[in-house]
Design a protein around this ligand. Structure first.
Ligand SMILES: Nc1ncnc2c1ncn2[C@@H]1O[C@H](COP(=O)(O)OP(=O)(O)OP(=O)(O)O)[C@@H](O)[C@H]1O
Length: 248
């Protein structure tokens, strides 16, 4: 049974076709990178996987269960970390546990001991155990993003999604954050789908690549198949790709 199964998924917004007849399966534990130019449909696809957006056509299954709405077993890391800046890294990570409780419970939250341990474990995974008490607002962009990953891990997800998680970071911090995300995924055999704009990072951390263009899958393969020609094909139309080639 694949961890994720996407079958003939199309999403239209009025006349705009954001995602067109996409199908793929992801085995458990695979680290997939979504590539594609702006507007290719990456965020829409991630939101469909998370149940935040309903496809116009087609189906998505996670561990054989159809995705029909927001799922608590899908963790999400965003470009903007959305941390509570006045709270500590630990408290922020702990809020990942809220996805499993009802709204009423969350207002009077008494966290379980197992959740507190999970928060500390997750902070350890992202290399921030020593900074657990530090206020999120006083952390660097890379550290904040790592807290965001820890928070998603506390959710105990079956699937981890990341929408351009390092787009606002400098290259060194971006590489560090991706390294921690990969480690976290491997340690937990956690199926991961991350969209990335930086092809070099994608190459370094991805195991499989799904290239989107105009809402369609134009590439699905491993690192060895992700040649420069393939990257050009994903990002540029044929005329542009020819110009890029000619420029050397
Ligand atoms: N809520 C919406 N309403 C209308 N159109 C939308 C909506 N969300 C996305 N779109 C359109 O769907 C297409 C795909 O957008 P999407 O944000 O998924 O692309 P993307 O690959 O994530 O782009 P980027 O890298 O810039 O984030 C675009 O044409 C976009 O304008």
């Amino acid at each position: 049974m694949p961890a994720v199964s996407v079958q003939n998924v199309t999403k239209r917004f009025g006349d705009t076709v954001a995602v067109e007849n996409i199908s793929f399966e992801i085995p458990e534990g695979e680290f997939v990178v979504l590539l594609g130019p702006s507007g290719a449909g990456k965020s829409t696809l991630l939101r469909i996987l998370n149940g935040l957006t309903q496809p116009t056509e087609g189906t998505v299954h996670i561990n054989d269960n159809p995705v029909t709405g927001r799922r608590s077993d899908v963790g999400m890391v965003f470009q903007m970390h959305y941390l509570v800046e006045t709270m500590s890294a630990y408290r922020n990570a702990l809020t990942g546990a809220l996805s499993r409780v009802s709204l009423v419970e969350s207002l009077t939250t008494q966290y379980e001991r197992s959740d507190k341990l999970a928060a500390l474990e997750a902070l350890d995974t992202v290399g921030l155990l020593d900074e657990a008490r530090q206020r999120a607002g006083s952390m660097s962009g890379g550290q904040k993003q790592r807290v965001g990953i820890a928070r998603a891990l506390v959710q105990r997800p079956n699937l981890l999604l990341a929408d351009e998680p390092v787009a606002s970071l400098d290259p060194k911090a971006a590489e560090e954050v991706m390294g921690y995300m990969k480690t976290a995924a491997h340690e937990r055999d956690l199926t991961t789908v991350a969209s990335l704009h930086q092809v070099n990072l994608a190459r370094e951390f991805g195991e499989r690549y799904i290239g989107l263009r105009d809402g369609q899958v134009v590439f699905d393969g491993g690192r060895d198949d992700l040649t420069m020609d393939v990257v050009d094909h994903i990002y540029y139309d044929d005329e542009e790709a020819g110009m890029v080639e000619a420029m050397g």
